[in-house]
Design a protein around this ligand. Sequence first.
Ligand code: PMP
Length: 430
Amino acid sequence: MTSLRALSKEKLTDLQSALWNEYRQEQAKGLHLNMSRGKPAPDQLDLSMDLLRLPDSCILEDGTDARNYGILQGIPECRKLFGNLLGIPADQIIMGGNASLNLMFDTMAFLFLFGTGGNRPWADYRTVGRTVRFLCPVPGYDRHFRICEKLGIEMIPVRLLEDGPDMNQVKELVKNDEQIKGIWCVPLHSNPQGVCYSDAVVEELASMETAADDFRIFWDNAYGIHHIYEEVPLKDILTACEKAGHPNRCYYFFSTSKITFPGAGVSLIAASPDNIKELLGHMSAQTISHDKLNQLRHVQFFGTPEKILIHMQKLADLLRPKFDIVLQKLEEGIGQDSSIASWSRPKGGYFISLNVSDGCAKRTVELAGQAGVTLTAAGASYPYGKDPDDSNIRIAPSYPSEEELAQAMDILILCIKIAYLEKLLGNQPK
Ligand code: PMP
């Protein structure tokens, strides 16, 4: 496509009316297409249905009956299975409940209520009129930001570059401000950009000097084995922290939400032995044990880390054609004209991050919505829902069928162009 900016005002106006005609025809179809959240499609969920026939035996390797109370840390065979998968010693893992977001919220809440390692509780800052601050690489996961917002944590956006957060910016901030207590990280196939952290970034996060003794990395490896086009390795953050003399710096989260059933899988938190001891102390007041039958179900279903990876390949085979459709449609519809839009080309994960022309994201999402295509709210991937450039839109290709996705992308591309033309021409024809 020739660059729209090269066209005369007259030609642009003609193009605008043509696009509006097309848009109205799409609108008349009364479609209901949803690309708003990263939900697996039914065919992905079907791959895990045999889980529901398990466990076939409830007796653990050590003879314990999994049907009863107990084993707060999670059954050893489940900690071993995921420990081997992720390269983490089983005794540095606590199995949580049905989803990892819960563990993230609880961990943050524990830090607020009790502090960590003898430091004062983060809630104390409020009593002296100060706030705890957290670094938020942007764009990022809206529910991380929601946790901060709920707890009154001030969010400081930091740039997310191709290989992780902008470490110059991060190091400068954490070195000087004792109220900065941590950073959110989605180190592989990040939501929404698909960024994968380089070894150098992992090293720096582990070793950087922080003004706060109780600085914590919330390492949410939600997409740690979700490779679609290319397998990407990740440096071991827990070992890097230990080697750098900051063994307690990191909490590592993982779940099977995007492996088996979202919200009905198993989750885990991994950390240093001291952190695990501290967390278990808090959790022991919270619950007697998490769902061991679900843990056992997952152990019996998968058996080995290798089988988990084979399952992931089957999921990737279902997701890949959908990512192909989104990328191909963008390529055909927008091409190289980056003034209209540019997008991420992720190697895995669940999302494609689209940047439309500054000031056009909300309008594009609005237009798409009025033509029956629901997208994640513009700005959702930024703290407080505010994208300063009003440019970013998250595309979640997993849930719609391939046919629906192709239709939805055609409409989205139409809306991107209409919003851009409105910006160029300074009008909003009806
Ligand atoms: N972290 C990230 C980065 C996610 O994208 C998601 C799911 N969209 C989650 C966590 C949620 O995981 P869970 O279901 O285990 O709470």
